[in-house]
Write a protein that binds this ligand. Structure first.
Ligand code: SAM
Ligand code: SF4
Length: 348
């Protein structure tokens, strides 16, 4: 049987493995293999991006959500959360602050909030684009019809983040109520790609009932979709959800998956996520060393940050706060990286 080192070399060369091969990488992981994979992933990232790290300003503009995902603190049945939504003026002033700090991408993320109708969102995107024509707009507001995605694209949205969460139908059912469907979520991703968005998919690592087979299936789905961005982070329980007593996902396994994804999709824009930084003091730095090349600090007004409680103890200070960009720059420089103040599009 081919050794793990050979499998990694194959992934590095061909950017593609079979499901059984991903499964072997996942189940036979050792610290030595993980270190080798991280070193190759970092080198692969540097071939395209050198030592540059892109930044995106995250604006969590609404914590209302009509959905009821079992893992998320924003789920509609959570009565223990104080809800908020930002006004268009507040969102524009977050962008202004972000622009002054050096951000050239704004990520508008929220629950599926019926207040933000298709037209209201389109107007918002158009107004941000008018005020900041040099900036990229990333939307992350869940599943919508193809027509809605097309409307927002026409209004000026450049990118869209929609994690597929899990590529396995049975696992999907264990994480979501009957009203939601994996087929629909995957179709949204294909539609977004087709409409010319730079698209981000991804999954939580260590979500309840997840097996290594599920993760191997996730990797195969990413290999097929070829997204421009991949967002992965460990699952972290939120006490007011049905999964409140479950254990958090593994930081090490998340780092290992980041390295695999970098070798599979060499040019992918890969964030070191807040969930990683929440579970480990050096989570962001370790993510970068494992092959990530994006940081997404928070631009949400300080008064609302704690309310966007998708999981418990979510970090929004220090390196996760846009206002501390200088701290992030210094940390990255100390590691030999440079924060880039450009839009950071996917290279053509
Ligand atoms: N509503 C949009 C959606 O679902 O795509 C965007 C907002 S949602 C809060 C963003 C992401 O948060 C989800 O895709 C999910 O992967 C992640 N998330 C939700 N609950 C989480 C938890 N308990 N631990 C870690 N990540 C979580
Ligand atoms: Fe809503 Fe997104 Fe949370 Fe699901 S993950 S409940 S869609 S905010």
């Amino acid at each position: 049987m081919i050794s793990l080192t050979h499998l990694i070399e194959k992934l590095q060369r061909e950017h593609c493995l079979r499901k059984e091969e991903y499964l072997r990488l996942l189940t036979e992981r050792t610290p030595e293999i993980q270190a080798l994979l991280a070193q190759k992933a970092r080198a692969c990232c540097e071939e395209t991006y050198g030592n540059g790290i892109f930044i995106r300003g995250l604006i969590e503009f609404s914590n209302y959500c009509k959905n009821n995902c079992y893992y998320c603190g924003l789920r509609c049945e959570n009565g223990n959360i104080s809800r908020y939504r930002l006004t268009e003026e507040e969102i524009l002033s977050c962008c202004e602050e972000g622009y002054q700090l050096g951000f050239r991408t704004f990520v508008l993320q929220g629950g599926e909030d019926p207040y933000f109708t298709h037209q209201r969102m389109a107007d918002l995107v158009q107004n941000i684009k008018k005020a900041f024509p040099q900036c990229a707009i990333t939307l992350s507001v869940g599943e919508q019809s193809r027509e809605t995605y097309a409307l927002w694209r026409k209004a000026g949205a450049d990118r869209y983040l929609l994690r597929h969460e899990t590529a396995d139908e049975n696992h999907y059912r264990l994480l979501h109520p009957q009203s939601m469907s994996m087929a629909r979520r995957k179709q949204c991703l294909w539609d977004l790609k087709d409409l010319g968005y730079q698209v981000g998919a991804g999954m939580m690592v260590g979500s309840p009932h997840q097996t290594m087979e599920h993760l191997a299936e996730d990797l195969c789905f990413l290999q097929e979709l070829k997204p421009h961005m991949v967002g992965i982070g460990p699952f972290i329980p939120q006490k007011d959800t049905p999964f409140g007593a479950e254990s958090a996902g593994s930081v090490d396994l998340t780092l290992y998956l980041l390295s695999i994804i970098r070798l599979m999709l060499p040019k992918v824009l890969l964030p070191a996520t807040t969930a990683l930084a929440t579970l480990h003091e050096q989570g962001r730095e370790q993510g970068i060393l494992a092959g990530a090349n994006v940081c997404m600090p928070n631009l949400t007004p300080q008064t609302h940050r704690a309310q966007y409680a998708i999981y418990d103890r979510k970090l929004s200070s220090h390196g996760e706060s846009a206002q501390n960009l200088n701290e992030i720059k210094k940390q990255m420089e100390a590691m030999g990286f440079t924060i880039l103040e450009s839009r950071g599009d996917y290279p053509q």
